[in-house]
Design a protein. Structure first.
Length: 142
């Protein structure tokens, strides 16, 4: 799903002339791999369990590293997906993958989010194109 989203964002960036909102979303998505998702000292990041970014920005999995993490640090692995919540481990210090993805989605799709600003810009451009087309048709008719 991540790799499909990265490809879709790349296609949308091409179609919109490299829109800054999409660039920002792409960067935030890429940063997810190296972001600290827990405060556990042994496994904090997806990269710690073998998830890595390839040259084209998609993800790959080092299954040997994942297997070692599962075998040697099962509690830390669990905290990536189901973080403990107490006085020390909050949604800020230990968002887990779910919390990080929710924050990313909120940033992208919120009422003032990245995709909303892109939609607004594209609607303005579309309205401008329609007006230009109407003026051109009026000139041709005259």
């Amino acid at each position: 799903m991540f790799n499909t989203l990265k490809r879709d964002i790349a296609a949308a960036r091409t179609a919109t002339g490299g829109d800054s909102s999409l660039r920002s979303l792409d960067r935030k998505l890429s940063d997810l791999v190296s972001a600290a998702l827990t405060s556990d000292p042994t496994i904090k990041r997806l990269s710690d369990i073998g998830i890595q970014t390839t040259r084209d920005g998609t993800l790959s999995l080092d299954t040997a590293k994942l297997n070692v993490a599962l075998r040697d640090h099962p509690d830390a692995m669990e905290s990536l997906f189901s973080p403990v919540r107490d006085a020390t481990h909050t949604a800020t210090t230990d968002p887990g993958i779910g919390g990080a993805l929710k924050q990313l989605a909120d940033t992208a799709t919120g009422s003032n989010g990245l995709l909303e600003s892109l939609r607004t810009r594209l609607e303005k451009e579309s309205a401008g194109i329609v007006k230009d087309q109407e003026r051109m048709e009026q000139r041709e008719a005259a």
